[in-house]
Design a binder for this molecule. Structure first.
Ligand code: DOR
Ligand code: ZN
Length: 369
């Protein structure tokens, strides 16, 4: 039987303009699966594409204990059909007074994979987030000691900072301090949106990595205002200028192992988006892999997709690579206008739009297609 180490599965992606790509199955290193009725229908869209996912803990109330993480993991698994091969990797939500020993025990016992730092009030359900990173230095020291990754929502929350500068300011004011004080801490700067973030990650040591979303590879900030306001393209960190999108594309397709896939798929009910004060978040789970394939194809870099989507993440987290494969074909298809998720209407990324690539299968080895 062919193994992946001996026999590369992607014979067809070295030709100039491939119409079919087979890669090791990817994982999603950043996703919001929500809870309750929405979780019940959202989880399947992620499990259809990805073998594992780092599940964000910004529920109401947030996941701050081992018991809460175990219960949430059980609810995710219960939401999927019995034979679904999908592993949720759980995270804890850092608060000013979170118990370092609970975090440590959660990691040692294999319940928690990482901790998420939301600066207080940075984004959806972040009211319980960290008000001053110095308040959790004890927790960060413990995480550094045990090798537990810190996942960052990297935006400064000072209201005087322009929303388009918040990521760069976070890097300057906060991330540089975390890196200096905890040189052995594994850090993922999540959903990066700027050239500054790309440059900072590139220049840092091997313990600092970043995830990149499909939407930040596809749209710049103009898209939010094309012909009128487009609430379904509003997320945090907000999309930036074109120059930043191009820097993200370059980073994602560079082959640099510090950059990997994280969709930040974040569904909200249509009424919570199309309103006077709409929520941040883009539901991209139904189109995520297809968007990545499209972006890589446009950059003539489909040969780099497997590293970005399926190898760099597990290597950073110290987890095994997936053994099975997925197949993507260059077949145009139209994205649904909306989804009814547990009775809640959610509009996906690229709703009603055409996407050139389509996920066409999932197999054990190449010959399964
Ligand atoms: O756009 C976002 N939506 N950014 C986040 O950081 C949170 C997420 C959500 O939970 O809706
Ligand atoms: Zn997120």
């Amino acid at each position: 039987m062919p193994t992946f180490n001996q026999a590369p599965v992607r014979q067809e992606i070295n030709i100039q303009s491939p119409r079919r790509v087979i890669i090791r199955q990817p994982d999603d290193w950043h996703v919001h699966l929500r809870d309750g009725p929405m979780l019940a229908s959202v989880a399947g869209y992620t499990a259809r594409q990805f073998a594992r996912a780092i599940v964000m803990p910004n529920l109401v109330p947030p996941v701050t204990t081992m018991a809460a993480a175990i219960a949430y993991r059980d609810r995710i698994i219960a939401a999927l059909p019995l034979d679904t091969a999908f592993t949720p990797l759980m995270t804890a939500y850092l608060t000013d007074d979170i118990d370092a020993s609970e975090i440590e025990r959660g990691f040692q016992e294999g319940v928690l994979t990482a901790c998420k730092l939301y600066p207080a009030h940075a984004t959806t359900n972040s009211a319980h987030g960290v008000t001053d990173v110095r308040k959790i230095y004890g927790v960060l020291a413990a995480m550094e000691r045990i090798g537990m990754p810190l996942l960052l929502h990297g935006e400064a929350t000072d209201r005087h900072v322009d929303i388009f500068d918040r990521e760069a300011v976070f890097i300057d004011r906060i991330l540089t301090k975390i890196v200096a004080n905890f040189p052995a801490l594994k850090i993922v700067l999540e959903h990066i949106t700027t050239r500054e973030a790309v440059q900072f990650v590139e220049a840092a040591g091997p313990l600092l990595a970043a995830t990149i979303t499909p939407h930040h590879l596809m749209i710049n900030r103009n898209a939010m205002f094309e012909g009128g306001i487009r609430p379904h393209l509003y997320c945090l960190p907000v999309a930036k200028r074109e120059v930043h999108r191009l820097a993200l594309r370059k980073a994602a397709t560079s082959g640099n192992p510090k950059f990997f896939l994280g969709t930040d798929s974040a569904p909200h009910a249509v009424g919570d988006k199309e309103t006077a004060c709409g929520c941040a978040g883009i539901f991209n789970a139904p189109v995520a892999l297809e968007c990545y394939a499209t972006a890589f194809d446009e950059e003539n870099a489909l040969d780099k997709l497997e590293a970005f989507a399926s190898e760099n993440g597990p290597k950073f987290y110290g987890l095994p690579l997936n053994e099975n494969t997925v197949c993507l074909e260059k077949t145009e298809w139209r994205v649904e206008a909306d989804f009814a998720l547990g009775g809640i209407t959610v509009v996906p990324f690229l709703a009603s739009g055409l996407v050139p690539w389509k996920l066409s299968g999932r197999g054990a080895v190449t010959s399964d297609y």
